[in-house]
Design a protein around this ligand. Structure first.
Ligand code: AMP
Length: 112
């Protein structure tokens, strides 16, 4: 099992803030903003580059879940950033697809 599958299965503790039948959202252990959480599919897709056409409904669910959880966290009006890191140059460290949601501070562009 991946680290995030273990979190979804409650084998590793995490600060879970929202959950659906096929996804889970929990706070990042090393937050890069005052609000920083991850939205993760319970079924492991290693990274977005390996997602299949058959994964498209789940990918849509994850984006909707990210926005709904951002609203739940009070970020709906102030705004937030959604990030998916893919592969070595993208900064991916956990090989289980996840959406970062960061907010409650102003984000700069371009990202580092
Ligand atoms: P990435 O670098 O895009 O693969 O993102 C992985 C993220 O997972 C990083 O922001 C880590 O801080 C976060 N992370 C790693 N382990 C845990 C954990 N046990 N609970 C919550 N977040 C974690």
């Amino acid at each position: 099992m991946t680290l995030f599958e273990k979190i979804a299965a409650r084998q590793i503790p995490a600060d879970i803030i929202a959950e659906g039948s096929d996804w889970i959202a929990f706070r990042d252990i090393a937050p890069q903003a005052p609000v920083h959480f991850l939205v993760v599919p319970k079924r492991c897709i290693p990274r977005i580059n390996e997602a299949q056409v058959s994964d498209e409904p789940l990918l849509g669910t994850l984006l909707s879940a990210a926005a709904a959880t951002a609203r739940q966290e009070g970020l709906g009006d102030s705004g937030y950033r959604i990030v998916i890191n893919n592969g070595p140059d993208g900064g991916e460290t956990v090989p289980h697809l996840h959406i970062h949601v960061l907010g409650a501070r102003h984000m700069t562009w371009p990202p580092g």
